[in-house]
Design a binder for this molecule. Sequence first.
Ligand code: NDP
Ligand code: BG6
Length: 519
Amino acid sequence: PASNTSNGTPPVEEGVVADQLDAAAAETHKTDWTKETLSIVVVGASGDLARKKIYPALFALYVEDMLPENFTIYGYARSKMSDEEFRDYIGGSLTCRVTDEESCGDKYDTFLERCYYQPGQYSDQSDFKALSDRMTETEKDMKKANRIFYLSIPPSIFTAVAGCASKAASSPTGWTRVIVEKPFGKDSESFAQLERELSNFLSEEQMYRIDHYLGKELIENLTVLRFANLVFEPLWSRNFIRNVQIIFSEDFGTEGRGGYFDQYGIIRDVIQNHLLQIVSLFAMEAPVSLDAEHIRNEKVKVLQSMKQLSLDDVVVGQYRARQGKGVNHPGYLDDDTVPAGSLCPTFAAVALFINNARWDGVPFLLKAGKALESRRTEIRVQFRHVPGNLFRDRLGLDLDRATNELVMRIQPDEAIYLKINNKIPGLGMKLDVTKLDLTYKQRYNQHLPDAYERLILDVVNGDKRLFIRNDELDAAWALFTPILKEIEDKKVQPELYPYGSRGPVGSHYLASKYGVRWG
Ligand code: NDP
Ligand code: BG6
């Protein structure tokens, strides 16, 4: 048995965190899949997300034997397609990303045999009843039939579909879960309305609100990094951290998606959800356990502790065309689906502050932009100076550049590295900045699951850790609604930046106001 330490605190036993993980995993496997069936309905089956992400994720789970034995996939949309045509449609989107080509090839046909298509309208209960009748045929020999509806459709029809699915196609014998995709409204008011409408048909327990960033490998690892290692957590506060940067950049514009994007803009599209979710996981206190409610309780406290945003702490930009030798990139306004003269931001940088004891005064600088010079998403944690640094004369750098920095590169080329000062080997005493580097490709020679794989599997297992609770969204909208309104009411002109550049200069001024240099 473990003995107490001298200060009376029981020592943390090795493997405690691993046990908790096991317990959490066991908790989620309550369904007896030898006796129960699973039908997965992709509503909006003819759409972009379904083809790009959902079918490939389902196929990868199937290849990895992660789907229950008795599963069936149903596509549902208005487009007319036979089962065969649907299989051809899905088939074109499947790649063998898990195993070698040959074994994947075997599975390809057996996977497609489990896929069916049911055409129907989104607000017609009798069409959903017809879908339910078809599902009943494949479910008939089992005691319990469980159903997942993935709403891969525009938000304007979320409620109609939730209503029809719950009234005419929910499972009479097992559970029914519904996956809802963003956008969850455009502001506090529209979010509240959406919630009111959906809650007429679905309980909170049934609803799985996706933020696919939570399904990314390194984001899931954030909790492990913090709470399963002794070295980081004691440093994780205003006492040692100078600033935190969360950087999202894409090297392509909104081409083809301008119609959707123009109604939302980058703050709603990426910052209010993906980046804010990262902040809340990064900054939360240790949860009581790995139970979904315990984790989400802590995340929501972070969101509720945010200082109200002011316009002085926000910079917005919009990309313009860039032409040159062999380069011909259109500007945001050149997209036919974008209204002339639109002020919609395709770039934004914001400085957030968390008013609590741990983070008081620490700037969390978030920036997100389309059509920038590179594609990357990173969390960068810059630590304070070493007080009275003995080596200040040997660094060959200004002290600001010699502070430690922990970088979590979420994508591409996943990595965690810590910048440290190190003695250059040899006689004499010269230092340079180098990296303790955990590059995933080098360390783990394996396929990293796509976010959608992980998240769909979690829905199958009833694990809500990586899904967003309604009060988190309430708090996230409470933070951003006033500033979005101010930007729109005042018609704030976005600063133009050339396609493929580092973004507007204003974001550097914002960072330097807090003594920060973007990483
Ligand atoms: P699509 O615009 O491709 O729509 C999906 C399907 O819904 C279409 O194939 C169409 O099927 C039907 N549909 C489209 N417009 C309407 C309409 N006005 N009224 C009724 N039905 C319509 O959407 P996506 O697949 O791109 O996205 C689905 C959901 O996922 C959305 O909520 C989106 O915001 C979200 N999302 C998408 C991402 C992406 O990368 N695409 C990323 C993150 C979130 P049919 O005509 O056959 O009925
Ligand atoms: C989506 C946004 O939620 O996330 C897109 O709507 C963005 O604009 C996308 O491109 C980025 O996701 P990922 O996984 O490619 O980084």
